[in-house]
Design a protein around this ligand. Structure first.
Ligand SMILES: C[S@@+](CC[C@H](N)C(=O)[O-])C[C@H]1O[C@@H](n2cnc3c(N)ncnc32)[C@H](O)[C@@H]1O
Length: 241
């Protein structure tokens, strides 16, 4: 347990001194949402019980090698990483959530290093990860195309992007409703945009998206669910056109 916490701060000293703790630290001021963070820590516990934990498990199943998780929040994915994962570098810009993630890393089944950073400026050389994980994050980043380009940079050719994201509704009325409430959720929920077409953004960034499935969450007849996508997108060898 202590090993992971020590590993985390060691990683920050060794690898993030300029990228995330220098100039990057200045950039992180734009991603501090302490009220949202406290609310998410409470709210997410209920969502986990209502099925989100199972979706996390599905999203991460079969992962192997070196993994980067972007926007790890309070670290709810950590306990679901399979044994084949050698190491997770978990990037989180918000100070409150990052502190919670550091606690979660201590009991993770695989080594997790929690680092300060954000989606547009990830730690790691080009092609240095076997897989990347984003869950409920691409709705919140300022520019999905730029975050996906950065994910593309750090993934090796053929690397996997594992996703669990809420997305734009197919139904036109529902999509219009998402557009209407999006400015409110962006204000209250750490920049979260309701109606983003994340599946198309992932495909446009040069990933093969045939491994993504679409569903509603929560999946209950009496509760209107949110459209979501979950699964694996694979980095194509060729650059996107
Ligand atoms: C709804 S929470 C989800 C947290 C976590 N991924 C999970 O599945 O529980 C949204 C997360 O996105 C993070 N986030 C927002 N903008 C970000 C950015 N530009 N780069 C990285 N993470 C970002 C927030 O700090 C927060 O942790």
């Amino acid at each position: 347990m202590e090993h992971n916490a020590a590993h985390s701060s060691h990683y920050q000293r060794q690898h993030c001194s300029t990228q995330s703790l220098g100039a990057g630290m200045n950039q992180l001021r734009h991603f501090q949402y302490p009220r949202f963070a406290r609310r998410w820590i409470k709210l997410s516990a209920g969502l986990e019980r209502r099925g989100l934990a199972g979706l996390r498990e599905q999203t991460l199943t079969g992962l192997v090698g070196r993994v980067i998780e972007v926007g790890c929040g309070n670290g709810l994915n950590f306990r679901h990483y399979p044994a084949g994962v050698d190491e997770v570098i978990a990037v989180e810009p918000d100070d409150t959530l990052r502190t919670a993630a550091e606690y979660a890393a201590e009991t993770a089944p695989i080594p997790v290093s929690v680092v300060a950073g954000h989606a547009d400026d990830l730690p790691g050389a080009d092609g240095s990860y076997d897989a990347a994980v984003v869950t409920l994050v691409l709705c919140s980043v300022p520019e999905p195309a730029s975050a996906l380009a950065e994910l593309r940079r750090v993934l090796r050719p053929g690397g996997q992007l594992r996703l669990l994201e809420h997305v734009r509704a197919h139904n036109r009325v529902a999509a219009r409703f998402q557009d209407l409430i999006s400015p409110i959720s962006a204000k209250l929920d750490a920049g979260c945009r309701q109606g983003r077409d994340t599946g198309s953004a992932v495909r446009d960034a040069g990933f093969a998206v045939s491994g993504l499935k679409r569903f509603s969450f929560p999946d209950r007849p009496w509760v209107p669910g949110q459209p979501m996508i979950c699964g694996t997108a694979v980095l194509a060898d060729e650059a996107p056109v």
